[in-house]
Design a binder for this molecule. Structure first.
Ligand code: 3PG
Length: 221
């Protein structure tokens, strides 16, 4: 695997592996073994969503205990959340949408940021903010492969991480597109596997996810 750059960019985040796991953790004790299990399967860019009270503690634990992983935060909706995430050690942030305020804050923090977009106008706004790696959310609900193909014409320099409704069966058709760097999905970290502390299952899911696209052939534009 390539060395993780010291000065990480959003492009580094989306080009590292075919899948970014969307992680919801309710228990701090799951954070470190989960990160180790995902890394063992070849996935090291980890999106820990800010949807539970322990999320930032989980990020802190991953950063301290699993240096091979790159812990980021998801569901970032305000600048204050981005700041708190960075203080906890998060190396990148992912948001469900795009706002100028978040763009400013993440730029000031030097925090690589993947904002969510679902329309051409939002892509234009993100481009105005200097961003060219974007989350497409909610991908399958908003138009999936067809919408991504339609964006290839006007936005050839933008790469996307479609997230929302992505599963192993529809991921290959997304990953085959020239403007898809990776996909995001929660299927890599099933709630039941966490409850069962079935780390081997999560490593197996990560390995399968890496095999969805054996070699990253995406052009960065
Ligand atoms: C989310 O925000 O929950 C992500 O989009 C994950 O969606 P998924 O559960 O459909 O993978």
């Amino acid at each position: 695997m390539a060395v993780i750059p010291k000065k990480l960019t959003a492009l580094d985040v989306v080009h590292d592996a075919p899948v970014i796991p969307v992680i919801v953790l309710h228990e701090l004790r799951h954070a470190v073994p989960l990160a180790r299990a995902l890394v063992a399967g070849g996935i090291r860019m980890l999106e820990v969503t800010l949807r539970t009270p322990v999320a930032l503690d989980c990020v802190r634990a991953m950063v301290q205990e699993v240096p091979e992983a790159v812990a980021g935060v998801g569901t970032v909706r305000t600048g204050a959340e981005a700041e708190a995430a960075q203080r906890a050690g998060a190396a990148f942030a992912v948001s469900p949408g795009f706002t100028l305020g978040l763009a400013r804050t993440c730029a000031e923090l030097g925090l690589p940021w993947l904002p969510g977009v679902a329309t051409a106008s939002e892509i234009l706004a993100a481009q105005e903010a200097g961003l060219s790696a974007l989350k497409f959310f909610p991908a399958m609900q908003a138009g999936g492969v067809g919408l991504l193909k339609a964006w290839q014409g006007p936005f050839p320099e933008v790469v996307f991480c479609p997230t929302g409704g992505v599963q192993p069966d529809n991921a290959p058709s997304l990953l085959a597109l020239g403007n898809v760097a990776c996909v995001g999905g929660s299927w890599l970290v099933p709630t039941q596997a966490l409850e069962d502390r079935d780390w081997a299952r999560i490593t197996a899911l990560a390995r399968e996810a890496c095999a969805l696209r054996p070699k990253n052939t995406v052009k960065t534009g």
